[in-house]
Design a protein around this ligand. Structure first.
Ligand code: CP
Length: 317
């Protein structure tokens, strides 16, 4: 297995099965630190720099919480408009990263441009973690989701996945890449105008991944062991900020996971994931059902980022 020390986390295409297994093992080892709300000194000499060019609640704060739990320190920005990258100068990613690598030992970047963290990694001497790039990928979120499923079901292999939502979403791309390492058939459900692109399907055809597309969640929910949902009513992820503009509409029934649907058709032990934020695709009355794992998933976001920081900074082999 390649060493994780100094490694970038840019795409789940870059990780093989042994490496994914190892990340999940390290997460399991470190989880009690977060569960017991302890702080340790595992990364006490390290600084995380956050560079966020798009809004975030979970990804930025989970990375920050993870670093603090491991005894490290945090610097950076959550709004690039208040930096020289976002004002008159429009400072380039190269010039910005040449600064940030002086201030931090690892950098997590979220950007509205697909490939921006990859561009950062070209210039950085420190590891770059992709916190979501345009419609590209969101690798740390899907690693969190794999860990959540592993915890809930004791395994990932052999589980049937149902993925519902906007297939342009970066999580969907990372999910598909991740599942190419497992024996996990997956069914995708999306509105036709935001379904899997022909280009992405052609790419997936090159992997050993069994996938199909259907029109309505009702066609696939009964076989699903894992149901991963994203909104279909959502902003443009290629913009730095997308304010809500009037009535954005409701989610059609084809892409909603309601309590009634779960009770009527879902396996009793299916795991329902949502990376959040949500609109109306999972109504709030699902929250207190046994299917709802998205709060656990949010907590595991800290655990997974602890594992990744410990690995790329050399606190774990
Ligand atoms: N799941 C996720 O990426 O959430 P944020 O946009 O709040 O970071």
């Amino acid at each position: 297995m390649r060493s994780f020390l100094g490694r970038d986390i840019l795409s789940l295409k870059d990780f093989d099965r042994d490496e994914l297994d190892h990340i999940l093992e390290v997460a399991e080892e470190l989880a009690p630190i977060a569960r017991n709300r302890q702080n340790t000194d595992l990364l006490k000499d390290k600084i995380l720099a956050v560079a966020f060019y798009q809004p975030s609640t979970r990804t930025r704060l989970a990375h920050e919480a993870a670093m603090l739990r491991l005894g490290g320190k945090v610097t950076g920005y959550s709004d690039a408009k208040m930096t020289r990258a976002g004002d008159f100068y429009q400072e380039s990613i190269k010039d910005t990263i040449k600064m940030l690598e002086c201030y931090g030992d690892v950098i997590v970047m979220r950007h509205f441009e697909q490939g921006a963290p990859h561009e950062a990694a070209r210039w950085a001497q420190v590891p770059i973690i992709n916190g979501g790039d345009g419609w590209g990928e969101h690798p740390t979120q899907i690693l969190t989701d794999l860990y959540t499923v592993q915890q809930a079901k004791g395994r990932i292999d052999g589980l049937n996945w149902l993925a519902v939502g906007d297939m342009r979403m970066r999580t969907m791309h990372s999910l598909a890449y991740a599942l190419t390492n497992y024996d996990c058939p997956i069914t995708f459900v999306a509105p036709p105008e935001i379904s899997l692109t022909d280009e992405f399907k052609a790419e997936l055809a090159g992997y050993d991944l069994e996938f199909r597309e259907v029109d309505h969640v009702e066609e696939a929910i009964a076989e699903a062991d894992v149901i991963l949902v994203e909104p279909v009513v959502q902003p443009d992820y290629t913009k730095s900020r997308d304010e809500r503009d009037g009535d954005v509409g409701l989610t059609p029934a084809n892409y909603r996971i309601t309590r009634e649907l779960l009770e009527a058709k879902a396996k009793s032990d299916a795991v329902l994931l949502h990376s959040l934020p949500r609109m109306d695709e999972i109504p709030t009355d699902v929250d207190d059902t046994p299917w709802a794992y998205y709060w656990q998933e949010a907590f595991n976001g800290v655990v997974m980022r602890m594992a990744l920081l410990a690995l790329v900074l050399g606190a774990r082999e």
